[in-house]
Ligand binder design. Structure first.
Ligand SMILES: *Cc1c(COP(=O)(O)O)cnc(C)c1O
Length: 400
């Protein structure tokens, strides 16, 4: 991938361009989170495992406070939170850690066909090691039908792993129904909530979730920190570590803790919990405004994913007759992505969109726009105006 020069950041009127509308890929660090991060980096450098002096005690206390905040966001208890380097590690730990401990029950796992690579790849590895992995297809709206999941479960099924919100579409899965189905059959349920946590309410008790992954950099904390929730009762989930050493995190994830990152994650979770309701309303309004402006001005706009069950702030649309890479090439004033941006070449249709049964022409023409905490109405209006102008130009060019 070609990385443009730094000088491409500039201003257009009062806006800094490109306007950042790719919050599904990563979010900027919130200033309030940054303040905690800097404070810890500057002042609390102790190793939380050092229990012989105040430097260690202070660091350990900060970590435990952060653990409470992360747990609080998802209705867990602090002892059920394991800090990791991000959702990729959490997902790998959940799948491989469970697989190792429960292989005796049966070697079957069920996932959806729209999982993030950090679930799909460890599942594929387990398959090569002799596990049976069933990939339940989602419907044309990107939502998993609980009945389809039920049909895939067998008495040998150890784990179901379904992402709470799909990263390319923003589509929300019926987590609570899935949790209930899994409970009824004594199957463990892991939810990759990297996109959902902090944006929509999640409650591991009410939702019947046994393992849950989340990531700092999707919720305005820095990259390189995340967490895995591991249920401790009803049932107590057994897990094998991927990384061994000094026995940190109750032996589940060895390595000196990333104290600044963990404190930042805790603060990000606290803020998300506090602001989720109001922010969700604001983002949904901006998203609908953007969608209305684009569909009001253009024919042949296809909204991908479920129009109702979706994260606030996320839009994935396809424009008939326009290729995503041409669209992105012409939309340099917007930092947006086509669904396939990071997983494959620009001309390959996104496997997620093809999984929805979208015709190849539309799958190749998708644009993901994801708004965030600092997105303004001015930015949204600018984005709508640019998208309409560029699509109109490209279509005119194709016709002429
Ligand atoms: C971003 C993301 C991940 C990976 O998270 P990292 O913290 O970047 O490793 C996993 N799953 C989903 C759904 C994501 O959006």
């Amino acid at each position: 991938m070609r990385i443009p020069a730094r000088e491409t950041l500039s201003r257009s009127g009062t806006l800094q361009t490109p306007v950042y509308l790719d919050h599904a890929a990563t979010t900027p660090v919130d200033e309030r989170v940054l303040a905690r991060l800097v404070e810890v980096l500057r002042t609390h450098f102790g190793n939380p495992a050092s229990n012989t002096h105040a430097y260690g005690w202070a660091a350990a206390r900060l970590v435990e406070e952060a653990r409470e905040e992360v747990a609080g966001l998802i209705g867990a208890t602090a002892r059920e939170i394991v800090f990791t380097s991000g959702a990729t590690e959490s997902n790998n730990l959940a799948l491989r850690g469970v697989a190792e401990r429960y292989a005796g029950k049966g070697r079957r796992m069920v996932i959806s066909n729209v999982e993030h690579a950090s679930v799909a790849a460890p599942a594929a590895r387990l398959e090569r090691e002799g596990w049976r992995v069933t990939r339940v297809p989602v419907g044309p709206d990107g939502v998993l039908e609980p009945a389809a999941l039920t049909a895939a479960l067998t008495p040998q099924t150890v784990l179901v792993s379904v992402l709470a919100a799909q990263n390319e579409l923003g589509t929300l899965q019926p987590v609570r129904e899935i949790g209930r189905l899994c409970k009824e059959r004594g199957v463990l349920f892991h939810a990759d909530a990297a996109q959902a946590a902090g944006k929509v309410p999640l409650d591991v008790a009410a939702d019947g979730i046994d393992l849950l992954s989340l990531s700092g950099h999707k919720i305005y904390a820095p990259k390189g920190v995340g967490a895995l929730y591991v249920r401790r009762r009803d049932p107590r989930v057994a897990l094998s570590p991927l990384q061994e050493g000094g026995g940190q995190e109750r032996g589940l994830r060895a390595g000196t803790l990333n104290v600044p990152g963990i404190v930042a994650l805790g603060e990000a979770c606290r803020l998300a919990r506090q602001e989720m309701a109001a922010e969700g309303v604001r983002l949904a309004r901006l998203r609908d405004r953007l969608l209305a402006a684009v569909t009001g001005a253009l024919e042949g706009v296809h909204l991908n994913g479920c129009p109702r069950r979706r994260l606030p702030g996320y839009l994935n649309f396809s424009f008939a007759g326009v290729r995503a890479h041409r669209l992105l090439g012409a939309l340099t004033v917007l930092a947006v992505s086509s669904s396939s941006a990071c997983s494959s070449s620009a001309t390959e249709p996104s496997p997620i969109l093809t999984a929805l049964g979208l015709p190849e022409e539309l799958a190749r023409a998708s644009l993901r726009v994801s708004l965030g905490r600092f997105t303004t109405q001015e930015e949204v209006d600018f984005a709508a105006e640019r998208i309409v102008a560029v699509v109109t130009d490209l279509r005119r060019e194709a016709a002429g």
